[in-house]
Design a protein around this ligand. Structure first.
Ligand code: NDP
Length: 255
């Protein structure tokens, strides 16, 4: 296999959660450009219309499955729907996530549980449900979208639940990687820094001093800049890599 062939996802089926906007939407495009059929797991199927049209234009098959990642029964139904529509599941990108900026003493119990529910329980539900399918077929790759916030504490905004949730995602990644390696299933995480999406107000002047000027590359990232790395983690190019957290943050966390 040539080097470039090892990045091909031709004939594979990928699932992306939170696929309708932001980072998830960009990862859908990247996986499809590498040749993969893609299932979009979203809360509102109508929100995926534009993405489906774009996938058709790229010449890959697609499916839209409705699920809230915090609801295990919905996620398990989504696995069945993806397998029925596209035949199998080779790649899962656990991308859906939520963040609340608030100092610890102001975070309500409801807010804490909301962030943990999407970021930790959601990743767990999808990893378990789709992982069961992968273990049974003796192959698969899972990419959890963690965050540099799982390694460092952001400033000036406080986001204690988010930081803790992403640290949990990173260690769950290592745990599942160890357990499922004998079944041919690799599990890695991608840990982005500040990326321009609805979640992250990168243009807010209040954050310029800390988010941008403190980063060695002195800029924020774009969702599409994460695409090549997700293709790498999904493809045979990373065949000897599992349980790893790949940080893509413009160098932010070196300081
Ligand atoms: P966005 O807020 O733009 O998108 C979040 C996505 O998650 C949406 O598609 C949303 O769906 C989906 N989602 C949220 N809750 C649920 C749920 N219960 N069930 C199903 N889907 C859900 O965020 P980003 O694109 O920025 O974030 C994507 C991932 O990247 C997250 O895990 C985030 O933590 C991580 N990340 C982001 C960084 C950044 O700077 N942007 C940095 C580091 C990590 P809907 O459209 O229905 O609301």
């Amino acid at each position: 296999m040539s080097v470039l062939d090892s990045f091909s996802l031709q004939g594979k089926v990928s699932v992306v959660t939170g696929a309708n906007r932001g980072i998830g939407r960009a990862l859908v495009t990247a996986l499809a450009e590498a040749g993969s059929d893609v299932a979009l797991l979203v809360r509102d199927p109508a929100s995926a219309d534009e993405a489906v049209a774009a996938l058709e234009a790229l010449g890959v098959r697609s499916a839209v499955v409705a699920a809230d990642v915090t609801q295990l029964d919905q996620v398990e139904r989504a696995v069945e729907e993806v397998v029925t529509a596209l035949g199998r599941v080779d790649v899962l990108v656990n991308n859906a996530g939520a963040c609340i900026h608030k100092p610890a003493l102001e975070v309500t119990g409801e807010e804490w549980r909301q962030v943990m529910d999407v970021n930790v329980n959601g990743v767990w539900n999808c990893a378990q449900a789709f992982g069961r399918q992968m273990v049974a077929q003796n192959s698969g790759t899972i990419i959890n979208i963690g965050s540099m916030s799982g390694n460092i504490v952001n400033r000036p905004q406080w986001q204690p639940a988010y930081n803790a949730s992403k640290a949990a995602v990173h260690h769950l990644t290592r745990s599942l990687a160890a357990e499922w390696a004998p079944y041919g299933v690799r599990v890695n995480a991608l840990a982005p820094g500040y990326i321009a999406t609805d979640m992250t107000p990168v243009d807010d002047p209040a954050f310029q001093r800390y988010w941008i000027e403190d980063a060695p590359l002195r800029r924020f990232g774009l969702p599409e800049e994460l695409g090549p790395s997700v293709v790498f983690l999904a493809a045979p190019a990373s065949a000897f890599m599992t349980g790893e957290i790949l940080v893509i943050d413009g160098g932010y966390s070196v300081f």
